[in-house]
Write a protein of this length. Structure first.
Length: 343
């Protein structure tokens, strides 16, 4: 196949993929809040083909690179990921027949690593943190630089600085939410890591003059928005390095959620709304529950639920893991859930 034919085929595949991503459900959440005077919806990003909001980011970055020529038929895609973006890129690169190398760290879920491999991605595991800071993300970035220097035709999409990520969530996630709710959204709760989702949603809100307050849901131990670094076990939200996408991004509120509260939020979501979601969604739920008593009557609230919970069945939803890693037994966890449910 000639280079021209190959380029045309990949372009057609990208156009076809566009029709598969987004338009995810906006599900009313009626049992979670003890506030019948407000309306709450969950944006179910697990309905994307790869099971997370990162399908939007991955496809947008690939389309941008293909359009500007930085990606060609002989390119090899390289990216650092905590998990979901790696799955999304492995899926799309498999369809496009582009080799993909993914740098993960020791916190990555076992199921996620296996899925990337099943899709043909080459996994590079980082087991130790950066020598200067101990941070695993910084160590992953260093490994990316090594791969770029040793793999012919390697292209780093750089999810931490790529403006395509903002466009994906401005014209995708937030546009879908706004149009479904007649542009009447008072509060939007979004988990943050690269901050691409939050930044894209903020862009749409500002461009359309919406009176929507954005809550950045961050992890205890994350350095985003002035946070203090400490060791974190759960993947999917929080960061050890502030990404360029966060430059100039000022949310209306920052809510920092502990790992135990994140676990409780996931389980409350499953118990009350029959949604088994990933760790970041549990944090989003807890951030909302903490804010709910102070929200005005009639408030319209959207929780962005970034991914599904299947990869977390061995961690967040596993009593033995919670007891071993977080020091809370099943009985105490059940008591905490009952207390949360009654507030």
């Amino acid at each position: 196949m000639s280079q021209g034919d190959r380029r045309g085929l990949v372009g057609a595949e990208l156009d076809e993929a566009e029709s598969l991503v987004g338009r995810t459900p906006l599900m009313p959440l009626r049992r979670l809040p003890n506030r019948p005077d407000i309306k709450v919806w969950g944006k179910l990003e697990s309905f994307n083909p790869g099971g997370s909001a990162k399908d939007r980011t991955a496809l947008a970055m690939l389309r941008r690179g293909w359009a500007d020529g930085s990606i060609g038929p002989d390119s090899t895609i390289v990216e650092s990921s905590s998990g979901n973006l790696g799955v999304a890129l492995a899926r799309w690169c498999s369809r496009l027949q582009l080799p993909f190398h993914c740098v993960l760290d020791s916190r990555a879920n076992v199921a996620t690593v296996a899925l990337i491999g099943a899709l043909g991605g080459v996994v590079h595991r980082v087991e130790r943190g950066d020598p200067a800071t101990g941070d695993l993300l910084a160590a992953r970035m260093a490994r990316v630089e090594e791969l770029l220097a040793t793999i012919d035709g390697a292209v780093w999409l750089n999810q931490y600085a790529n403006p395509a990520a903002l466009e994906a969530h401005s014209q995708g996630t937030m546009r879908e939410i706004a149009e479904a709710l007649d542009h009447r959204v008072d509060w939007l709760f979004v988990a943050v890591s690269t901050t691409g989702t939050l930044g894209g949603c903020r862009r749409y809100v500002q461009q359309h003059g919406m009176n929507t307050r954005l809550v950045a849901v961050d992890a205890d131990g994350s350095v985003l928005f002035g946070g203090d670094r400490c060791e974190r076990l759960l993947t999917g939200f929080g960061a050890g390095v502030v990404s360029p996408l966060a430059d100039g991004l000022v949310p209306d509120r920052v809510s920092r959620i502990s790992e135990l509260d994140t676990v409780a939020g996931c389980r409350l979501l499953a118990r009350n709304e029959a949604i088994v979601a990933g760790a970041s969604s549990g944090a989003v739920v807890q951030a909302f529950l903490q804010a709910a008593p102070d929200l005005a009557a009639g408030a319209r609230v959207v929780l962005v639920l970034h991914d599904g919970g299947a990869p977390y069945l061995d961690t967040v939803y596993n009593d033995a893991w919670v007891a071993r890693q977080l020091g809370v037994g099943a009985g105490e966890l059940a008591r905490r859930l009952d207390l949360n449910a009654s507030t």
